[in-house]
Structure formats: C-alpha cells, structure tokens
Design a protein around this ligand. Structure first.
Ligand SMILES: [Zn+2]
Length: 305
C-alpha cells in the first residue's frame, strides 16, 4: 500500500498509487537520452536510478474539502484489455486501498479526469457481470468538453508533430478506452462537460494546460494562505523542469505542450505553490526553483514528510 496525505490549508490531499515503474527514457519520451537523465543529478534518487532509468508511477489524488470529495484521474483500472502489456488485464487492489484511505467509491462525489488517456480514466468503470459500470455511482464525472469532442471523433489526423508508433497506438486505442471507460459513464447520465476554466467548488478549480492532449486541464487548490497544483500530464517527469523541450511520446502537440510547460514553470518559479506531479514518485510534490535559464523540481520540503 502506498498512500500518503498532505494538508493544503484546510484541504486534505491524498495519493493512491496504482503502480510504479522504472523505465528507460525512450519508453516515454521522444528526445531524451540516458545521458541526459544521468546528467541531472538532482533527479536521483527519487525520480531516476543511478543508471538513468526514470522512476514514475500511476496514481490518483483525492481532494477532500469541508463538503466535497473529489478524485482526480483514475489510473488504468482492472480487467481492461490494453495493448501495453504492463497495463493489460490488471488485477490490483486499488479500490481496497482507496477505501482503506477513507474513501470508499460510494463516498466520492466528483470525478475529474485531467484528460481522457488510458491511464487517467480506467477506474471510471469496473467490470460487473460482464458489463462496465461506473465505479463511483454517486459522483458527477467532469469531462473537458473540448477533450471529449476531440477524442470521441478520433481526430488523430489533426495532430501537430511527429506521429510516433506510440502516438499511433494511442489514437487507435482511444476508441476502446472510450467504450469501456467513458461511454458507460455517459450512458448512466453521470457526466458533465466542463470548460477549461472551471470552478469545482470553493478553492478548487481547473485551468487549461493544453498540448499533451487538446483539452488537457490541471487542478488548482487554494485554501487559506496555501496553494497547490496537480499537474496531470502537463509534465510526466520532473526532468521536464530542467528540460522543458523534452516531449512525451504521447503528446498530441509537442510545441504547444512545451509552451504550456514553459509558461507554467516561469509563472510558479521561486514561489510558494506546491506542485504535485501526477506521474511523480514519492515525495510526489515539490516547488519550482529557477536554475540559470531553466528550472529544477525542489523536494527539500516535501522529502522531510
Ligand atoms: Zn498519463
């Protein structure tokens, strides 16, 4: 079990990790070498191994306010047929761990997917008697309007940037993901299409961070004097703070993704905002700190707790 919780003012934020991985950089990135990773000494030990593999995870965050319980991104999920064999037909104890952390599925009132990729929508549904049913039966599922309109039309031919094999697979498989993880939620009448700037409740809002996917959003948490952001896949690894041009194999528009990262990094550099990375391993959050004409992800405060 790998859960942890933090307080952002009066808001409780909890991570539930579904799986962890150590992978060579080419698995996830188009333009990142082993030497590039080894050269960023600050990435070790939390986010890279000595030999230059990137350490990542797939996790959900639960945001608990005085009157709302929101799950942000729902990982890969169980029983799903996936091309990536490490994600295919999973049988994890994710829901038990969620419940053990104090969040049984029926207590979640809002599901927010930062975007609609396979590793962010999986637990939207679960398999019961051969049917995909919404896991969070009492929740409203917030889907980005633009994001859903794009993926439901399979608009792969409108991409900017190189079509890597990974991107091609991703486009091919989105129809499968839609069918088992999104359409059942819509059929159950539990979804709400939202705009890129959207206030979920007091202190919790969405803001657009496009590039990785067309309608990608990140989450802002403000309570008292404290602020945090959940990145989604605006960044996949903290190494993209130092090397913002590094593009995920799964980015829809690499140029836009880089521009989004640079804007976010310069806006939050040397400030108080706690940045929680959706695919970042423990300690999960850090602060953006300037480093010459680039940045690093500083975990000295988070590492202590
Ligand atoms: Zn992802």
């Amino acid at each position: 079990m790998d859960t942890a919780s933090w307080m952002i003012g009066d808001v409780k934020l909890t991570r539930i990790v579904e799986m962890k991985a150590e992978r060579f950089p080419h698995w996830g990135f188009r333009n990142l070498s082993l030497e590039d990773v080894r050269a960023q000494a600050w990435m070790r030990p939390h986010f890279a191994t000595e030999d230059g593999k990137l350490r990542s995870c797939i996790q959900s965050f639960v945001i608990e306010t005085a009157d709302r319980t929101i799950i942000v991104d729902t990982c890969v999920g169980n029983d799903k047929a996936r091309q990536n064999e490490s994600w295919n037909d999973l049988q994890t104890s994710f829901l038990d761990e969620l419940a053990a952390a104090g969040y049984p599925p029926e207590g979640i009132d809002t599901v927010l997917c930062t975007h609609l990729h396979v590793d962010h929508v999986g637990w939207n549904t679960r398999l019961v008697d051969g049917n995909w049913i919404p896991t969070f039966a009492n929740a409203k599922y917030l889907l980005g309007r633009f994001e859903w309109e794009h993926w439901s039309q399979e608009a792969g031919d409108k991409r900017n940037g190189e079509i890597t094999p990974e991107v091609a697979d991703d486009v091919m498989q989105q129809s499968v993901v839609n069918a088992d993880s999104i359409q059942p939620v819509i059929d159950a009448g539990l979804h709400e299409l939202v705009e890129p700037y959207h206030q979920i409740c007091e202190g919790i809002s969405l803001f657009p961070t496009p590039g990785h996917s067309p309608g990608h959003v990140s989450v802002s948490i403000k309570s008292g004097t404290e602020q945090a952001v959940i990145t989604g896949d605006m960044m996949h690894s903290p190494i993209q703070c130092s090397l913002p041009h590094v593009a995920s194999n799964f980015d829809y528009d690499t140029k836009q993704a880089e521009a989004t990262r640079r804007e976010f990094l310069s806006q939050h550099a040397d400030g108080p905002v706690k940045v929680f990375g959706t695919h970042f391993r423990h300690p999960t959050w850090g602060r953006i700190v300037s480093n010459g004409d680039s940045w690093v992800f500083d975990v000295k405060d988070s590492d202590a707790c």
